[in-house]
Design a protein around this ligand. Structure first.
Ligand code: GDP
Ligand code: ZN
Length: 289
C-alpha cells in the first residue's frame, strides 16, 4: 500500500502521484456502491498491480470538496481580480471570498493587470482588503509581482478563482513555466506553450506547491449558508456579532447595531458592507421559493 494524491481523472482512470511515481488507477467498486466519487485533490491509498497500475483502496477524509469543478482538498483559493478589462465588480469579488470562507480554505487576493491601473486605484483596492486578506498585486503582462505570488503558494494546494477574463490562466501559465517539475507529460504541455484546459488537473511545482488547473471557479455554487451565518463569512464583522441589541440582528436596519456602528466609524469598509446587504437579500429571496 502506498499513499498519493489524485492529480487527474479521465475516462474512469485516476492518475495518482506518489513518492514512487505516477500510477494509473481504477477505483475499487465499493466506492461507487457508497456513492463516493474520487476527486482530483484527494489523498488516497493505492495497491499497486505493477509499477504503473494500481487500485485505489481508500480515500482519506477531505478538508473540503467542490462540485463544480469537482475537486477536493483545496488548501488555498486565490481570488483573482482586475481593476479593468473587465471592469471591477467588488460584489462579485466579495461573493468569491464568501464562497472560499464557506469552504474553509486559506484565502489570498491576487489583483492582476496592475499595468492597466493607476497607483491610486491600486491603493484604494488594497485599503478595502489588506486588513482582512493578503493582497498580492501582479501583472501577468509585465511579470511584476509574480515572485511574490509564487512565494504565497508556500507548499499548498492552490486554485485560482475569479471572474473570467481577469487573467487566471495567464498567471497559471507563468507559474507553470517558471517552476514546473519536468515530468514527461508536463514538459509536453509546456512545449505546447498555450494553456488549454479540458479537464481538471493538479500540477506540482518544484517547491512542492500544487495548482489546480481548471476552467471552473469562475461562477458560484449556490451558497448554502443561512442568513445568520453570513456575517461570520465576512471576517471583519465577526468581532461585532453578538454585540448588537437584538441577538438575532441581521445588521441591516435594526437599532443599536454594532456592525453598522463599525461601518459608520470606518472599521468595516462600506463596499464590503454593501456586498453583505446584497447577499443577505439574495439569501432571503432564495428562501422564498
Ligand atoms: P481568465 O479568463 O481569467 O483565465 O483570463 P486569461 O488569462 O485568459 O486572460 C484574459 C486576457 O487578459 C488575455 O487576453 C490576457 O492576455 C490578458 N491579460 C492577462 N493578464 C494581464 C495583465 O496583467 N495585463 C494585461 N494588460 N492583460 C492581461
Ligand atoms: Zn447588528
Amino acid at each position: 500500500m502506498i499513499e498519493g494524491t489524485i492529480v487527474k481523472g479521465i475516462g474512469g482512470f485516476y492518475y495518482v502521484e506518489t513518492a514512487e511515481g505516477l500510477y494509473q488507477c481504477r477505483a475499487r467498486g465499493i466506492f461507487r456502491k457508497e456513492g463516493m466519487t474520487p476527486y482530483v485533490g484527494d489523498r488516497v491509498e493505492i495497491e499497486p498491480q505493477d509499477d504503473k497500475e494500481a487500485v485505489i483502496t481508500r480515500i482519506f477524509p477531505r478538508r473540503n470538496q467542490f462540485i463544480r469543478p469537482p475537486v477536493a482538498n483545496v488548501d488555498c483559493l486565490i481570488i483573482t481580480a482586475a481593476l479593468r478589462k473587465p471592469e471591477i465588480n467588488l460584489y462579485i469579488i466579495d461573493k468569491f471570498l464568501v464562497m472560499a470562507e464557506y469552504q474553509h480554505t486559506d484565502i489570498g487576493i491576487c489583483l492582476n493587470k496592475i499595468d492597466l491601473a493607476e497607483p491610486d486605484e491600486i491603493n484604494a483596492f488594497r485599503k478595502i482588503y489588506e486588513d482582512i486578506y493578503p493582497v498580492i498585486c501582479v501583472s501577468g503582462k509585465t511579470g511584476e509581482g509574480l515572485d511574490e505570488l509564487q512565494k504565497f503558494l508556500n507548499g499548498r494546494k492552490c486554485a485560482f478563482a475569479g471572474p473570467s477574463g481577469v487573467g487566471k490562466s495567464t498567471l497559471l501559465n507563468h507559474l507553470q513555466a517558471t517552476v514546473m517539475v519536468e515530468t514527461g507529460e508536463i514538459s509536453e504541455k509546456s512545449q505546447r506553450g498555450k494553456h488549454t484546459t479540458r479537464h481538471v488537473e493538479l500540477f506540482q511545482l518544484a517547491d512542492g506547491s500544487m495548482i489546480f488547473d481548471t476552467p471552473g471557479f469562475t461562477s458560484f455554487e449556490v451558497l448554502e449558508a443561512e442568513e445568520q451565518e453570513l456575517a461570520f463569512l465576512y471576517p471583519e464583522m465577526a468581532p461585532f456579532i453578538g454585540q448588537c441589541k437584538y441577538h438575532n440582528c441581521r445588521h441591516i436596519s435594526e437599532p443599536d447595531c454594532e456592525v453598522r456602528s463599525a461601518v459608520t466609524r470606518g472599521t468595516i469598509h462600506m463596499s464590503r458592507y454593501d456586498s453583505y446587504c446584497k447577499q443577505i437579500k439574495e439569501i432571503q429571496e432564495m428562501r422564498k421559493y
